[in-house]
Design a protein around this ligand. Structure first.
Ligand code: PAF
Length: 285
C-alpha cells in the first residue's frame, strides 16, 4: 500500500492509473476504522482495479462546540487494517494540504442539508460536501463508496454529484451493526459503559418502527411520536430528533403510501457524543 501525505504525490500516482485506464474505487474516511469502513473497502476491492482510501478528520465539518479534538484517532492501526484489506493507496493529508492558507471556498447543498442533522449541525454538510468534492477532484474515482449509516450525508453527496455533473458513480452501502444491533460508528468508543448499553435502543426503536409500518401503520406523526417516546424512556441522553421522512427529499411524510420508500431516522446526544441511526423502509402494498 502506498501512503501519500500530500496532494501532488497523490495526483502523480492517480494520473498514471488514469493513463493506464484503471478503474478506481474510492473510500473516504475520518479514520478510527471499524467493520463498516472495511465493508466499503471490500466492496471497492471487488469491482475496481485500484482502491484508494483517504483518512482525514475534516475540521470543516465540525461545529465550534463539537468533538473535533476528542474525535477518536489511531493512525497506525487504521493503516494496517487498510493494508490488510488490499487498499492500494492511502491518502492521509495534513490540514494545510487540503486547506492551505487563504482557502475560502465552501460547497453548499441546499434544502437537503437543512433538515434532520442539519438543524443541530448547520455547517456540517457544507464541510462534508467541500472536502468530498476536493477529494473527488484529487482521486478522480469511477466509484465512490459511502455508508448508509450517514444517510443524509449520502443524499447530500448524491445531490452534489448530480447537480455538478461529477463523473462518478455512488455506491451506498448497508449499515454494519454490532451483535446487539448498535450501528457501528467510530464515535461508539466515546460512550460510557452505561451509555453503550442504552445506545442499543436507537436501533431497537427503529426496528419497532419498521415492524409497525409493515404491520400497516401509515400515520407519519404517530410513528414519529412512538419512536420519540420509546427513546426518551430508554436513554439518559437527550433526543435530538426522531423522524419519518421521504428517502429522497428527507422531508416529513404525513401519510405513508404503498411503494413509498421512507426513512426512519434518529439522533441522540449522549454526554460526550451524538449518535445517529436509521432504517430505510419500503412500504408494502
Ligand atoms: O463519513 C465520514 O467519515 C466523513 O463525513 C467523510 C465522508 C469522510 C468526509 O469527511
Amino acid at each position: 500500500m502506498l501512503l501519500f501525505k500530500t496532494s501532488p504525490a497523490l495526483k502523480k500516482a492517480i494520473s498514471q492509473y488514469k493513463s493506464n485506464k484503471k478503474k478506481i474505487g474510492f473510500v473516504p474516511t475520518m479514520g478510527f476504522l471499524h467493520e463498516g469502513h472495511l465493508s466499503l473497502i471490500r466492496a471497492a476491492r471487488k469491482e475496481n482495479d485500484v482502491v484508494v482510501s483517504s483518512l482525514f478528520v475534516n475540521p470543516l465539518q465540525f461545529g465550534p462546540k463539537e468533538d473535533l479534538k476528542r474525535y477518536p484517532r489511531n493512525f497506525s492501526r487504521d493503516k494496517e487494517l487498510l493494508r490488510l484489506e488490499g487498499t492500494d493507496i492511502l491518502y492521509a493529508p495534513e490540514r494545510a494540504d487540503l486547506y492551505p492558507e487563504h482557502f475560502q471556498t465552501s460547497v453548499a447543498v441546499g434544502p437537503l442539508s437543512k433538515v434532520l442533522c442539519g438543524l443541530s449541525r448547520p455547517t456540517h454538510f457544507a464541510g462534508v460536501a467541500t472536502v468530498v468534492l476536493k477529494l473527488l477532484n484529487l482521486v478522480q474515482p469511477n466509484i465512490l463508496y459511502i455508508g448508509q449509516k450517514d444517510f443524509q450525508q449520502c443524499r447530500v453527496l448524491e445531490q452534489m454529484i448530480t447537480d455538478l455533473d461529477l463523473p462518478v458513480l455512488v455506491r451506498r452501502m448497508p449499515i454494519i451493526r454490532e451483535k446487539d444491533g448498535l450501528a457501528m460508528s467510530s464515535r461508539n468508543s466515546l460512550l460510557s459503559p452505561r451509555e453503550r448499553q442504552e445506545a442499543v435502543y436507537l436501533s431497537r426503536a427503529l426496528a419497532e418502527t419498521e415492524k409497525a409500518i409493515q404491520l400497516g401503520s401509515r400515520n407519519g406523526s404517530q410513528l414519529k411520536n412512538s419512536m420519540k417516546k420509546a427513546l426518551q424512556k430508554a436513554v439518559s441522553g437527550r433526543l435530538d430528533y426522531a423522524e419519518i421522512v421521504d428517502s429522497k427529499t428527507l422531508l416529513p411524510v404525513v401519510t405513508l403510501k404503498p411503494g413509498d420508500r421512507v426513512l426512519a431516522a434518529v439522533a441522540v446526544y449522549f454526554s460526550k457524543t451524538r449518535l445517529i441511526d436509521n432504517v430505510l423502509v419500503k412500504v408494502k402494498s
